[in-house]
Design a protein around this ligand. Structure first.
Ligand code: HAM
Length: 419
């Protein structure tokens, strides 16, 4: 028979307790910022992602897990911004007034070649501030993003910032960039040659050194943006600087999704190697219209890979991951009567709020005690044949090894008092 493995084989996967700790900590940071959770479906209409993210992006043209059922085409969501905006429009969240400040954590899917930090199923957490064009929203989503990493002791990061301008500046810049690059076409890679006609801004993103050198003299987007967009960008920078958030202005940062306008940013960690992006985001004032809204809905947000956060946590020595907590009580029981009693006692104590474990293999008392020790439980209840006959149990406080004999009629209350 063929072995059934998945792509994460060979990489170290943190235990579920670490995942829960990560999710809990993210939730706590969100609460401090008064940001509330939204859950959207894993399956979305292909149309939503294609129109929202952009037909010409790699994400839509190459990386979607898409399929058809009847006449409808679906996609396993590759990202969550377009789904959140769909939910916002469909459920009229604007009518609850003010700005919607939402976060999510959950699986996303991209048909990429798996490698360290890049998976076909991965997890994103992200934040969307919907309904405001103000630069404070841009700056605050960035600060919130940094606050999440700080909560895990990850401070060795680099924040790159750019503005992508607005609807008017982008087509003019696109033309200027094409005009600059067309005479250099022969020196471009095959991918960039294609992008030159379809999506020339993506060439700015190139990791090929020779191409990066060609771009040294290329026209800069910032010289094409309107005064309003430039002032918006400067204000975001001022707000960040005044709160002590360092950043690098990167005129070549364009992001891989088409919905961005104005602010774009990425957070990198040297711990990640080739897949250096911990998180990325920006403003997307035109997305709502792109997916069918009659009015524009200004919005800004970011998303981050949970798996990459876990790698960065391993690297940050002061990132604390608490061990999962042991049960309050372990019942050591030997012999059919004692096991039956232990079973019923466990259910009663659980109803009273205690977390209780016991042996299910009929092992010797010695190995059951060893297991209680290994779990690090504070209290062990010991029940053997003699104890059942005499209707008493030995209750052992594990930290002091002190043992008390307790009447079975009073055992429930005795334990509950000690929780
Ligand atoms: P993105 O840059 O495509 O942006 O993805 C955000 C983050 O998800 C990346 O920085 C990376 O940490 C993680 N990520 C992406 N693909 C993979 C993968 N195949 N395996 C592991 N991790 C991955 C977005 O998705 C936008 N929706 C962000 C946004 C929110 N913009 C505005 N609001």
């Amino acid at each position: 028979m063929l072995p059934v493995v998945n792509e994460s084989e060979g990489t170290s996967i943190p235990p579920s307790s670490t995942w829960s700790y990560v999710e809990r900590t993210i939730g706590e940071v969100m609460t401090r910022f008064d940001v509330h959770e939204i859950r959207t479906p894993i399956l979305e209409p292909t149309e939503l992602i294609a129109r929202g993210v952009g037909e010409l992006t790699d994400l839509v043209s190459k990386e979607m897990f898409a399929f058809e059922r009847g006449k409808t085409r679906y996609v396993l969501r590759p990202e969550v911004t377009a789904p959140v905006m769909r939910a916002y429009l469909q459920h009229h969240l604007d009518q609850s007034g003010g700005v919607q400040r939402l976060f999510y954590i959950g699986p996303c899917f991209r048909a990429e070649r798996p490698q360290m930090g890049r998976y076909r199923q991965f997890h994103q957490f992200g934040v969307e501030y919907i309904g405001t064009p103000e630069p404070v929203a841009d700056a605050e989503t960035i600060i919130l993003m940094m606050a999440v990493y700080e909560a895990f002791g990850i401070t060795e990061t680099v924040l790159r910032l750019n503005t992508l301008g607005d609807q008017d500046s982008r087509p003019r810049y696109r033309e200027a960039l094409q005009a600059y690059l067309r005479p250099l076409r022969d020196r471009l890679t095959e991918t960039s040659k294609q992008r030159l006609e379809t999506n020339p801004l993506r060439i700015l993103d190139t990791k090929v050194d020779a191409e990066r050198r060609l771009l040294d003299e290329a026209p800069r987007l910032i010289d094409f943006v309107s005064d309003e967009s430039r002032e918006h960008y400067r204000e975001v920078q001022r707000l960040l600087t005044n709160t002590g958030v360092g950043f690098i202005e990167d005129p070549l940062l364009v992001r891989g999704l088409d919905y961005y306008t104005r602010t774009a940013f990425e957070l990198e960690s040297p711990a990640l190697g080739a897949q250096s992006a911990l998180a990325g985001g920006g403003r997307y004032d035109l997305l709502a219209r792109e997916i069918g809204s009659k009015t524009a809905v200004p919005a800004v947000g970011f998303a981050a890979g949970v798996e990459r956060l876990l790698v960065a946590m391993e690297d940050a020595s002061d990132a604390p991951v608490p061990a999962s907590s042991p049960p309050d009580v372990f019942i050591v029981a030997k012999g059919p009567e004692a096991v039956r009693y232990a079973f019923e006692l466990a259910q009663r104590l659980r109803k009273s709020g205690a977390s209780v474990a016991y042996d299910m293999l009929g092992r010797s008392m010695k190995s059951q005690m060893r297991e209680a020790n290994r779990h690090g439980v504070p209290i062990a209840i010991i029940l053997g044949k003699d104890e059942i006959e005499n209707q008493v149990a030995s209750v052992k406080t594990m930290s002091t090894s002190e043992q008390t004999r307790v009447d079975l009629g009073k055992i429930d209350q005795f334990i509950v008092d000690r929780l």
